[in-house]
Design a binder for this molecule. Structure first.
Ligand SMILES: Cc1cc2nc3c(=O)[nH]c(=O)nc-3n(C[C@H](O)[C@H](O)[C@H](O)COP(=O)(O)OP(=O)(O)OC[C@H]3O[C@@H](n4cnc5c(N)ncnc54)[C@H](O)[C@@H]3O)c2cc1C
Length: 603
């Protein structure tokens, strides 16, 4: 069975030495409660819970999967008990609103816990993960009555949530939704339609499931402007707010899928189920975006968590496994061969995992600070700036971290050689589980369009400029610092090129809109590599600073510098290829007629 140690030392480094979390927390309204001791206690307890309770259920959950029996979904053994412990530990309410049974701790703390959950049992983690998104949508858009009814139960974990968007004919294009909502005389609506691929749509972990469902009212305009959001509970609340009558919503089937077997992916049938409008009619997509933005960062964290656990196990194996002698001569003379960590190519794979993981953690914890600032901002300007930056970074967190997350978990298999392909080691499960992260919550292609089209070009480059200005300031601040030149010189160059590439695509797009779609994937990857380079440069600077004080754990800081160098010299050059492909434009993609793709199939 794979092992896992929560990377608490790295959390501390990123929080205290790179992102100045102590100052960040001191500026939040809960400053007095979130002392360093409280933060440490939460992280340590989270580390214990995830390692001792969730990790042992990960492989068995994958093997057993979920079962549909008599309309009820049974989760793998131990999942229900683990959820009960999670609820008892107060974890669901960690960053929930205090007015509704929440503990009111910062969103960022919840995200750190989430990384540990994703490392140890992604499939299990999706059950509470979906509740979080549902709670956020209700908190921002629900009526006071809906908040009192549902938010309280979601926050204390008694009930869980689900997010019902997808239908057989519509995934990316939600304008094609067919599910209907017919107002009834009781003041609610009757919801009819079929949703597919609904994660945690039915299960046995909690007594009730709060479905947030997109549907169209009778007078709905065509397309995405005509979608409304409804809350549709599995059991309708009774007069006391506890579970009452069963609603007409049921799971018709479970999907058989590549990974996350322990999470139920359901076909959900709404047969005139009673639902209640959330927010305004026809404005459902805006409400859903609140939920989707939270979920998108959550999916980026899934990529991060899987990279971390895959790396930890690949590293342990590489130290242990003996094969061949090092090219430069014997390293471990007392053994029949050297451990494979001696070989440059194995180190390439391990360092790729390490650099993406630790770089990804800095990006996520930076995004988490922005989320805290939005949540607790006291001034409108500060909130708007944080919103703009988080809006820009969200598709990068979601899509870049899941793209490299898939690569890194694949490298984890490769380090194990043939043993990585064998199920008992657990490494292939990480690849299968990671694969979905590039698809749901908007595919990488859709995130890329969101980044380049909506976030960058539609804001006339303003959102990007304010982020690249931060990078520019950092580079300027370290100009003339010889120790930092190996980082800031290439970073400054790439930062300027990022602006040039944006301008070039923007100009082409004015002639032909297809140019945005043609450049978008490479643009997103380019943006991801440069963004991580910014955080790696900051980590290098923090490491230099720490080393100048002769710390006891100097090896930790030297390893940070080595990893930063590896990132700059062996991963960042990938920007060259992406820049070339962005500049190549869309002609080679669009010139071929759709029917000409198949030439060569038949003799
Ligand atoms: C295991 C699993 C769990 C899921 N959980 C949920 C859930 O809980 N709730 C929920 O509502 N949904 C869920 N989904 C659905 C998921 O979000 C969708 O599958 C995803 O958004 C893609 O939609 P689609 O599958 O219909 O693909 P399509 O939209 O048909 O896309 C197919 C391909 O075309 C590309 N494409 C489509 N349109 C464009 C465009 N305009 N420009 C460029 N490329 C484009 C896509 O990127 C993709 O590569 C889940 C799916 C799976 C497999």
């Amino acid at each position: 069975m794979p092992s896992y140690q929560a990377p608490l030392r790295d959390f501390r480094f990123v929080m205290d030495e790179v992102l100045d979390y102590p100052r960040h927390y001191a500026q939040l309204p809960q400053a007095e409660e979130i002392t360093p001791d409280v933060v440490s206690a939460i992280l340590e307890e989270g580390a214990r819970f995830t390692r001792e309770v969730l990790l042992p259920l990960n492989q068995t959950g994958d093997e057993q999967g979920c079962r549909l029996e008599g309309g009820e979904v049974l989760t793998p053994s131990g999942f229900k008990e683990a959820y009960a412990q999670y609820v008892e530990g107060g974890w669901p309410s960690l960053s929930g609103d205090t007015a509704y049974h929440g503990q009111g701790l910062p969103t960022s703390l919840g995200m750190m816990l989430s990384e540990m959950v994703c490392s140890t049992n992604l499939a299990w983690g999706m059950y509470p993960g979906l509740s979080q998104g549902a709670a956020d949508a209700l908190r921002h858009h629900g009526s006071d009555e809906q908040k009192a009814q549902y938010l309280t139960k979601l926050n204390d974990g008694t009930w869980t949530g689900s997010m019902c968007l997808t239908e057989p004919q519509c995934g990316t294009d939600l304008g094609l939704i067919k599910t209907r909502a017919r107002p009834d005389e009781a003041g609610g609506c009757l919801i009819t339609g079929t949703k597919i691929f609904i994660s945690a749509g039915e299960h046995d972990l909690a007594e009730n499931i709060v479905h947030l469902v997109l549907a169209k009212l009778p007078d709905a305009p065509e397309g995405t402007k005509g979608i409304s959001l409804f809350v549709v509970p599995k059991y309708l609340p009774d007069a006391e707010g506890e579970i009452g009558e069963r609603n007409a919503v049921s799971c018709g089937a479970l999907e058989h899928k590549m990974g996350i077997h322990g999470n139920a992916t359901c076909v959900m049938n709404f047969d005139g189920a009673r639902g209640y409008l959330v927010g305004e009619p026809h404005k459902g997509l805006t409400c859903m975006f609140t939920m989707m933005n939270v979920a998108r960062i959550g999916v980026g964290i899934q990529g991060l968590g899987l990279m971390e656990v895959s790396f930890q196990n690949a590293l342990a194996y590489a130290r242990d496994r003996l094969q061949m002698r090092a090219l430069s001569g014997t390293r471990e003379a007392d053994k029949p061969a050297d451990s494979i960590i001696s070989h440059p190519d194995v180190r390439r794979m391990l360092l790729t995992q390490k650099a993406f993981t630790e770089g990804g953690r800095m990006l996520v914890l930076h995004a988490a600070q922005l989320a805290d600032r939005i949540e607790y901002a006291t001034d409108a300007t500060g909130c708007e700036a944080a919103e703009t930056e988080l809006g820009l970074l969200t598709p990068i967190v979601k899509a870049f971290l899941t793209e490299v997350g898939f690569e890194a978990t694949n490298e984890g298999v490769q380090v194990f050689g043939g043993h990585g392909y064998i199920r008992e080691w657990g490494m292939e499960q990480y690849v299968r589980d990671a694969r979905i992260t590039r698809l749901y919550e908007g595919t990488t292609g859709i995130q890329a369009l969101d980044l380049l089209g909506r976030k960058v070009l539609m804001s006339q480059g303003e959102a990007l400029k304010s982020f690249t200005r931060q990078i520019h300031k950092f580079c300027q601040a370290h100009e003339g610092n010889d120790a930092m030149a190996e980082f800031v010189t290439p970073l400054a160059k790439l930062n300027a090129e990022w602006g040039d590439l944006t301008m070039a695509v923007g100009m082409k797009a004015m002639q032909d809109r297809e140019e945005v779609g043609a450049a978008s994937f490479d643009y997103l990857m380019y943006a991801g590599y440069v963004t991580l380079a910014f955080f790696w440069a900051r980590a290098a600077q923090a490491a230099h600073q720490a080393l100048s004080g002769n710390p006891d754990d100097a090896a930790f800081y030297r390893a940070k510098l080595d990893t930063a160098r590896f990132y700059y010299q062996r991963l960042l050059p990938r920007t060259r290829a992406h820049a070339e492909m962005i500049r190549a434009g869309g002609e080679t993609l669009m010139s071929m007629q759709a029917e000409d793709f198949e030439h060569g199939f038949a003799i």
